[in-house]
Design a protein around this ligand. Structure first.
Ligand SMILES: C[S@@+](CC[C@H](N)C(=O)[O-])C[C@H]1O[C@@H](n2cnc3c(N)ncnc32)[C@H](O)[C@@H]1O
Length: 388
């Protein structure tokens, strides 16, 4: 996955000795307080001469041009990766499309709407747990840096930033997401809301790009919303091991996990009456049409969400309801779908305290605290680096 950034607000030596975002040439991530000592402010005390102003304008124009070229290259690389993954997924024996592609701009907007649907208990429950325990979490970890993986609109992180502020710890926050435009907007909003915060955007894939965050120290990493459940059980240990490498002794990893519960409640959460989750799922086919020139008859697919007790996951699919021949010119591919044919688009694994603890074995992480709501619908697990 190509990585992209916002304009650098960073002091030239900020983060020296700690290769965080921006320290690697492949990452052009934003770091720095809005209204803080960015480039413009650094020269604010010196009366600008005409030559200074012309130099600054030329530098800004060169930066903008360089960014535009890099953006075009990144978009081309992202499209190539999307095409390769769609080819692989639709060429497999069990048809599937990777769930990370659900989150283009339309998908991210739809996900935000899902979180407000009455059936989707996860977001309001997780927020309530955070509200109740943010003080305890921040007191235990005493972070100077928050990192949210898969940050989306970046709303929940604010509860923790407010608490860090109350405890005199507010310093920096990095949002990490696969959707670049949502990510950059979220970071801008954080900068406006917290003028003294060094807020950074890291665009990447949490399966492959976590090392870009650099080593920890005073860090609390967040992975909320039960997004861990979208990883196949076979991928979880590797992912957790990579997160453990981001932590120094005393750092924390706050993991939001959705808990095993009544199947009817789980299935309803992934098939709301207003049809928002169905639209979110079908948007993936619209994306293939839009970006790869395919001609899926999207209304000829149904959204299906089923609890799979054996695997402890909700299985989310698109099921063909109208037979069709689909052409994907950019992949030189033609596919025939019959009624009942499925494309798997997402799984959402559910946990118990014990099943999560079992998953931690050998990952370098151990369960510290377990925070849950009164009905035990959802939990926040505060994980620590093992052996510290
Ligand atoms: C379920 S949403 C959670 C959003 C937000 N954290 C919340 O609590 O509401 C998952 C988020 O992870 C992002 N995402 C999905 N797959 C990703 C990947 N492989 N790498 C980075 N981000 C990813 C999506 O863009 C989306 O913002």
């Amino acid at each position: 996955m190509a990585l992209m950034s916002e304009e650098a607000h960073q002091e030239p030596d900020a983060g020296a000795g700690k290769p965080g975002p921006g320290a690697r040439s492949s990452v052009r991530a934003a770091v720095g307080p809005a209204g803080g000592p960015g480039r413009a402010e650094k020269t604010a005390g010196c009366p600008a001469t005409g030559a200074d102003a012309a130099d600054a304008a030329a530098r800004a124009a060169a930066d903008t041009a360089e960014r535009a070229v890099a953006d075009v290259a990144e978009r081309a690389a992202a499209l190539e990766e999307f095409a390769a993954d769609v080819r692989q997924g639709l060429g497999a024996a069990v048809l599937c499309l990777p769930c990370k592609y659900l989150y283009d701009n339309r998908g991210s907007e739809l996900f935000d709407r899902i979180t407000r649907e009455p059936e989707y208990y996860q977001t309001r429950t997780e927020l309530a747990i955070l509200e109740r325990y943010a003080g305890d979490i921040i007191r235990r970890v005493r972070p100077r840096e928050l990192v949210e993986l898969g940050s989306g609109v970046g709303r929940k992180v604010r509860l923790l930033l407010d608490t860090m502020d109350d405890q005199g710890l507010l310093e920096s926050c990095t949002l990490f997401d696969i959707n670049a435009s949502f990510l950059h907007e979220s970071v801008e909003r954080l900068r406006e809301a917290y003028p003294t915060l060094r807020a950074a955007a890291l665009h990447g894939d949490f399966h492959t790009d976590l090392q870009l965050l650099g080593p920890g120290g005073g860090r609390l990493v967040l992975f909320l919303a039960g997004t861990i459940g979208n990883l196949h059980p076979g991928e979880v240990s590797t992912f957790l091991r990579k997160v453990a490498e981001l932590l120094a002794p005393g750092d924390g990893f706050l993991l939001g996990v959705d808990l095993v519960k009544d199947p009817a409640r789980l299935e309803a959460a992934y098939d709301d009456a207003a049809g928002v989750t169905a639209a979110f799922n079908k948007n993936l086919l619209h994306r293939v049409n839009r970006e790869l020139g395919a001609d899926f008859d999207v209304d000829g697919f149904d959204h299906v969400a089923t609890w799979d007790a054996e695997n402890a996951w909700v299985d989310i699919r698109l099921r063909c309801s109208r037979s069709q021949r689909v052409r994907i010119p950019q992949l030189a591919l033609e596919l025939d779908f019959e009624v009942g044919d499925d494309i798997s688009t997402e799984i959402s694994c559910k946990f118990t305290r014990q099943s999560l603890a079992d998953r931690l074995a050998g990952t370098g992480l151990r369960l510290g605290e377990w925070y849950t709501d009164d009905d035990e619908l959802f939990a926040l697990a505060l994980l620590e680096k093992d052996g510290c």
